[in-house]
Design a protein around this ligand. Structure first.
Ligand code: FMN
Length: 191
């Protein structure tokens, strides 16, 4: 138990640009996915779907979707910029896309389903980091592209990308980032 607290108090994301695409053990990936789908979920509606992007799918989606969409949105894009888009997913070894898929329910609000999707992302991130991998939760521009939602099997009229969890290997530990001061973000109501 003490180890979990120690880990949570010191864990850090490693940015996709600083991770290396080496290898993720299949059992570890399975563990990470199992942790990710075991999250608080009001009504057990499972209002999310996880899509694992790995091996050649990374470059294929980069080529077919990211570079093409980027060119449409930025007609003046240079070949270097387009190449970056093609290889964007290759920064990591595995990317887990978390798609928020709302479920129609008479009592449970959409907001709670969105929160549960965020919990999936956080849990995937924490599981990967706890196994020693470099991981980061990103949305970047393409999370808001209809084409990527379709590619992931979603409906762009209803579904949203909650995040792409990039998982790769660590070269070195990152330095700490600015964290909130407790007094700025925590209030106590004690009567
Ligand atoms: C929903 C969501 C989307 C994010 N998208 C981006 C992004 O597109 N680009 C980015 O640099 N960081 C993004 N971040 C921030 C990083 O994932 C992360 O919070 C930051 O690197 C610090 O992580 P740490 O507190 O785990 O060390 C996003 C965070 C969240 C929660």
């Amino acid at each position: 138990m003490k180890n979990i607290i120690k880990f949570l108090q010191s864990r850090r994301s490693i940015t996709a640009k600083n991770m290396i695409d080496h290898n993720i053990n299949e059992d570890d990936l399975d563990t990470i996915l199992n942790c990710g789908i075991r999250v608080p979920d009001h009504g057990a509606l499972n209002p999310w779907k996880l899509i694992v992007i790995k091996n050649n799918a990374r470059l294929r989606i980069g080529n077919d979707i990211l570079a093409k969409e980027f060119k449409i949105n930025n007609p003046e894009a240079t070949e270097e910029e387009l190449d970056y888009e093609r290889k964007r997913f290759c920064r990591a070894n595995v990317i887990i896309a978390v798609l928020f898929k709302p479920v129609s329910h008479p009592k449970i609000p959409l907001w709670e389903m969105e929160l549960s999707s965020g919990a999936v992302c956080t849990t995937l991130l924490i599981a990967a980091q706890s196994l020693g991998y470099a991981a980061q939760w990103l949305t970047e521009w393409y999370a808001y592209s209809k084409a990527i939602i379709i590619e992931l099997g979603g409906n762009p009229d209803t579904d949203k990308v909650a995040g792409f969890i990039y998982i790769g290997n660590k070269e070195k530990d990152p330095i700490e980032r600015r964290r909130p001061k407790k007094e700025n973000v925590i209030d106590f109501l004690i009567e």
